[in-house]
Write a protein that binds this ligand. Sequence first.
Ligand code: ZN
Length: 642
Amino acid sequence: MVSQTAQKTQTHPSPKTVKVMRSYQLPLKCADQFQREEINYRIRSLEERQDTLLTPGVVKTAVKLCRSNTKERFFTRKLCKEVGESPNIAESAYHWLHIAAKGKIDKEQKVKGMINFLVKNPQQQVEWIVFGRSPYTENSLGKYWGKKRRYIINLLSNSRQQLDSYSKKKRRNYYFSNNLVFNGVLPIYSQQDIVQGIDDALDYQTNTFSQLATLTKNQQAFLNKLKLLKQEQHVVVPFLTSWINSYHSSRWKSLKKLAKELAEIIGKPTRKLFSALRQIIVFTLFDHYMQSVPQLLKGLNLENLVPLPFKRKKKGKLPVKLLMKKDYVITREGNSKELTNKVKKQGTTILGFPQKGKKKLTAEVLFSPKVLQYLDNGAEIKVFQVSSGGAPGFKPRVDVVLEGAHDCFHSSNLLKSYLLKIPKGKQSILGLDVNRLGKYMVVFNTPVSLPKDLMLLAKRYLKLTDKVLEELNRGFLNKRKVYDVKGSCKLKGELNRVYQRRSRLLREITSLLPHFLAAVMVKKKCETLKIENLSADPTGTKGALAKAIYNMPDSLYIYKKAVWLASLELGYDVKLQVVDPYYTSSRHYGCGGTISRRKGQHDFAPCSKCGQKVNTHSNAALNIASLSGTFLPHDLFPSSHV
Ligand SMILES: [Zn+2]
């Protein structure tokens, strides 16, 4: 047992040594509204000065500097020297510039990877040239880099757009072609060419698929679509010819629209023909683009495919960063350590806003109990970030950035308050079933009732859903029916606000949940927490909570955090295991009979074998606890904001 733990610390750095940064918004207490507005005004002018420092020349120099050395201190010193500026405010401006320059360099690496991928995949290359998109590329690179699809889509379309301005500059080069202009004009093609394109696409696909032993459902469907388009080519070809030969502001959108129209015209309105049509376009244009594009890509200067930072910045939008150990444009009480100690004692600190020829104004930053606890846990104040607010409040905003080990950032208060309400007991394996919001939203394989605050939030959520939103929606439809523009606009606004309020409630629930789950694990001396694999329930029949959890950037985040919190409290690593959700809700635990839920029978349903009325949720939790699943590797607790 001992040697095992030792091994673990070797392969994974202990969470205690890894430092993370978190930022929290804090209220700023000004003497009165007049002073608040004056302070806000002073911050605003600092933001604008910061802005004027970031000229295109400085940005260019910054990126160059960053390429040679990415350390921030080196960067700022060097940049101040080269630019010949060193007012305090430059420190803040150059801090943002440093982040942006690093971002550009990182993006260049990604574009390089993308271009390499496209060079190896000619069909995707043509697709990217024509559409600025390529779903296959998006999937492959997204998986490879572990990035969200949205990120890759932006990467593809931004670099495609950037390629245009780049090749415009190289107009004199032999490979420049008018037809490379994104979304504009494609080479002129005849109907005969399109027919050839259809045949080529179909041949190619039939050939490729014939080498596979079996086709997946998707592959078979794709082939059928191509065959359908071939069969209906007397309709398809004229439309595609006109699509190629006319101007479009977005090739992607217009072909998508055409795909829908074609499906309707050929009498199969439900068929999704977009991917097959794209394939035909790629095969039609293939020879043309393969003559010039590969050379173009090989000769590209990647730096030009990612624009310099702050090209389209908004004036005065960067907050003023108050770095520590500096005599600054906004004054603070001491450096990072001194300040941390002071705040720990007093719970507040003073920021000063001097201005030449005017009285220095001060305001108090109030620390919330939560942030104070993080400081007590060992986190340190790293930096303040101050930004001005707009009309009508003109309220300045202050964020504090803390740095510390992972375990600084948890407030055990919440967990402790939950502990009081949970009955003691030993349950080394806990199974957890997640359901609709309400009394049964989280159910264990042992009876535990939900805490009051979670219940209250769920009740408010349900009230908004069942009553408020329904009424508003009905009202909105009525207003629309009678063409009451003003009335329907007003209701639409109200609807949006209620939706927002509702999603805030859900967010609050999901942020409290790990603490409650951890409290249960602590009280039951749990060793393994078993949960259902939610991604296998894409229909989302389990309601808002399960959906919210599944839609988080890391769908296991809540459980990982809960297990982590419990482990801190228990002093040993609680394990997390994922179980496949088959039959967990339909098989009667211990009896083997089938529970047949009829409409409306969410919580209780009869067993077909023994006739007992079963609580479907605790039954599911019992099943989950009894199944064997996959252990998740004990990784560092993932932080959602660093
Ligand atoms: Zn039964």
